[in-house]
Write a protein that binds this ligand. Structure first.
Ligand code: FAD
Length: 475
């Protein structure tokens, strides 16, 4: 058939996976088109995910930090919050970054086609042009013909069937709009996204309840890490309901009434001013007419790929949230590079040993590779070394010595195979453990690496030294 636009590589979706793939392919000499329904690049991560949440969390962390200084003789008044200005700050942050991405696309001559894409056949995509900031279609259509395609269409919020349409019941996107600070807020789902948003609202004045079906908050992280976070944050919560199901959410005039089921569940429905549901995200695989291109999609909407990010159709690749867990931006970015390099005729593989996870709460909780809990579950023998921040000069000086750094070792080789950190800036520190695992470092390699003193990052070297049985008295 005819085509309005022809390209070497068509990238469907302009999120972190998609734009990373597009830029890499362009750098390798390919003619690249990104199809994106929204007016900006950046996808969920930049527009309604990673970045806006961190813009708000930063402000919350500063408020919390200064509140601890009273005991040191430095007293601030109660913060006055202008919520419109705060929201404006968050939007400015997004704007700077989406503007930057547009510039980077232009510099690489990556063409952006605005609209909803659906496959017509294995080499053509029909784009229904969208306008405004949303998904309203103008009726106009553009056909893009491509040699290779990279599907990077991401994921969306799952709305459970009992969630009503009401402005006081929001998903993460609604919570990020930060319209007002409620008195009493419920978070349904005790994962990272819910707890990060809860941190923001609670610092701004909300009392929190959280309900989780499983037996602990922040699934995936080791329990000893989570325990430290939970103790530090106990003051935020009225009620943490574990092993508890949410069965009804009823908006009434004076609040939203929520009914729970389970041993720890309150018998009566509870009243809230705001309910955030953060129970998971679903991949967008079924919304692309992928079958017209012959691309296999699972029942749940994931697109299976091989180590080269290829779908079952060899010239069509997929990356990011749409190919599976963990649904994290940094995973999508790396998969995007692999797909782009393969499109350009290189032979690239996604062979990361580990993908780190971080909760940007206060304190932060970060983990990577083998966890202690996972090793126990799988019956794998590991050894560990823990360096408590109570022995870190810097953490004590900062008044934040609640955390610890843990390394997990293979007992046979002493190679580091996992790690976890809880404490301020844990997320910034975990990268070193990722690198150690990727490089096959053993305890001695880390212990003999000179870390700057006094830093919290030093705790990684100290944990390795402790394991080597030769800890000095540095702090
Ligand atoms: P997405 O970012 O979902 O982008 C997909 C893009 O494709 C979207 O822009 C969409 O509009 C477009 N699209 C979809 N279908 C079509 C179509 N048919 N036609 C045209 N365009 C289409 N991850 C982290 O690593 N760190 C964090 O701190 C973090 N915080 C988060 C906080 C929140 C509140 C949320 C919701 C998520 C967070 N995530 C975080 C997850 C992260 O946002 C995702 O993993 C990441 O955005 C996935 O990137 P992606 O490129 O696969 O897809």
């Amino acid at each position: 058939g005819g085509a309005d636009i022809e390209c070497d590589v068509m990238v469907l979706g302009g999120g972190p996976g998609g734009y990373s793939a597009a830029f890499r392919a362009a750098d390798l000499g390919q003619k690249v088109v990104i199809v994106e329904r929204y007016s900006t690049l950046g996808g969920v991560c930049l527009n309604v995910g990673c970045i806006p949440s961190k813009a708000l969390l930063h402000n919350a962390a500063v408020i919390d930090e200064v509140s601890h200084l009273a005991a040191n003789g430095i007293k601030f008044g109660k913060p006055e919050v202008d919520i419109d200005l705060l929201r404006g700050y968050k939007e400015k942050v997004i704007g700077k970054l989406t503007g930057g991405l547009a510039g980077m696309a232009k510099a690489r001559k990556v063409q952006i086609v605005r609209g909803n894409g659906r496959f017509i056949d294995p080499h053509h995509l029909e784009v229904s042009v969208t306008t405004g900031n949303g998904r309203e279609e103008s009726g106009e259509k553009t056909i893009v013909k491509f040699s290779n395609a990279i599907i990077a269409a991401g994921s969306r919020v799952v709305k459970l069937p009992f969630i009503p349409d009401d402005p006081r019941v929001v998903d993460s996107t609604g919570a990020l709009e930060l319209k007002a600070v409620p008195e009493k807020m419920l978070i349904i789902g005790g994962g990272i996204i819910g707890l990060e948003m809860g941190t923001v609202y609670s610092t701004l004045g909300a009392r929190l309840d959280v309900v989780e079906m499983l037996d602990g908050l922040m699934q995936g992280a080791d329990r000893d890490l989570v325990k430290v976070w939970q103790k530090w944050n106990a003051h935020r919560f009225d009620n943490i309901m574990l092993n508890t199901k949410t069965v009804a959410v009823e908006p009434k005039e004076d609040g939203v009434y929520v009914t729970f089921e389970g041993e720890q569940a309150p018998k009566e429905p509870q009243r809230y001013d705001l309910v955030l549901y953060a129970t998971g995200r679903a991949p967008n695989g079924k919304l692309l007419a992928a079958e017209n291109a012959g691309v296999a999609v699972t029942d749940r909407g994931f697109i299976p790929v091989d180590k080269q990010q290829r779908t079952n159709v060899p010239h069509i690749y997929a990356i990011g949230d749409i190919v599976g867990q963990p649904m994290l931006a940094h995973k999508g970015v790396h998969e995007g590079h692999v797909a782009a390099e393969n499109c350009a005729g290189h032979k690239a593989f996604f062979d990361a040993r580990v993908i780190p996870g971080v909760a940007y709460t206060d304190p932060e909780v970060a983990w990577v590779g083998m966890t202690e809990d996972e090793a126990k579950k799988q019956g794998i023998k590991v050894e560990k070394s823990v360096f408590p921040w109570a022995a870190s000069g810097r953490a004590i000086a900062n008044g934040r010595d609640e955390g610890f750094t843990k390394l997990i070792f293979d007992p046979a080789t002493h190679q580091v195979i996992g790690g976890g950190i809880v404490g301020p800036h844990a997320g910034d520190m975990i990268g070193e453990i990722c690198l150690a695992i990727e490089m096959g470092c053993d305890a001695e390699d880390i212990a003999k690496t000179i870390h700057p003193h006094p830093t919290m990052g030093e705790s990684i070297g100290m944990a390795a030294e402790v394991f080597e049985g030769s800890c000095t008295d540095l702090p």
